[in-house]
Write a protein that binds this ligand. Sequence first.
Ligand SMILES: NC(=O)c1ccc[n+]([C@@H]2O[C@H](COP(=O)([O-])OP(=O)(O)OC[C@H]3O[C@@H](n4cnc5c(N)ncnc54)[C@H](OP(=O)(O)O)[C@@H]3O)[C@@H](O)[C@H]2O)c1
Length: 250
Amino acid sequence: MNKIALVTGASRGLGKAIAQRLAKEGIDVIVHFGQNQDAANEVVAEIRQLGRTAFAVQADVSQVSSIYSMFEKIDTELVNLGQEPKLDILINNAGTAIGKPIQEWKEEEFDYQFNLNVKGLFFITQQAIPRLKEQGRIINIGTGLTRFSYPVYAVYAASKGAVDVLTHYLALELGTRGITVNTIAPGAIDTDLNAGWLRSQEGQQQTIAISAIKRIGMPEDIADAVAVLVSEDSRWITGQRIEASGGAHL
Ligand SMILES: NC(=O)c1ccc[n+]([C@@H]2O[C@H](COP(=O)([O-])OP(=O)(O)OC[C@H]3O[C@@H](n4cnc5c(N)ncnc54)[C@H](OP(=O)(O)O)[C@@H]3O)[C@@H](O)[C@H]2O)c1
């Protein structure tokens, strides 16, 4: 039986690259999306071309009721495919980064940042836990910004700091089942999330200047790191925050 992974936020950016990389490892993939169904369908088609099973599911990760509905759909879809409603791998990737000075934050923006990056991740994980097989894998996508600081990212970094802490506690609770839980913390990666800055000449120059490895990070750099952590060889690595930033701010 093939392994199966749920990758959240797999319609674009890092999640898309992770979904594609896992498929290349022979893993079936559930491609979660928020709003971009066409993009998610394209990812599904690409994965099927590789000979793997894939299907797309929608949920607004900032809404817990939407997460519950998504897992009902996943169960139904897996049963329709003749499979147990079980998962081997959960990649908690869906998220966003709102950037603005502390004085300018409104309550609803703060709530959205935490509802999506922390509460959504928590309740997706809670739903996944009874479905995860023994020796399963959970990877939470964090950020380098919990180690180094940039103006405007206080709330975003705090939300990912909560993710770093949840990783420790999840690893402790799930370790008895051989399930590993780790955070991959990317530095700046060229995706839609930070395109406005990172695709500008100034943004590129500054990002390269603070990096040990002198280039801009690409989604595949993160997808490859995820592939290492989901492999059998990584069974003894758990509860860790592993930075994949090309050595930012060393
Ligand atoms: N890019 C970076 O430099 C960087 C660095 C460190 C950490 N990260 C983290 O990496 C993760 C992915 O970032 P990215 O750069 O790939 O971002 P991205 O290109 O903006 O893609 C975000 C993904 O998350 C989904 N998403 C966003 N809001 C959602 C919501 N409310 N409900 C459901 N899905 C939602 C999007 O789905 P739809 O498009 O279908 O709506 C999309 O698939 C995030 O957790 C981010 O914080 C990124």
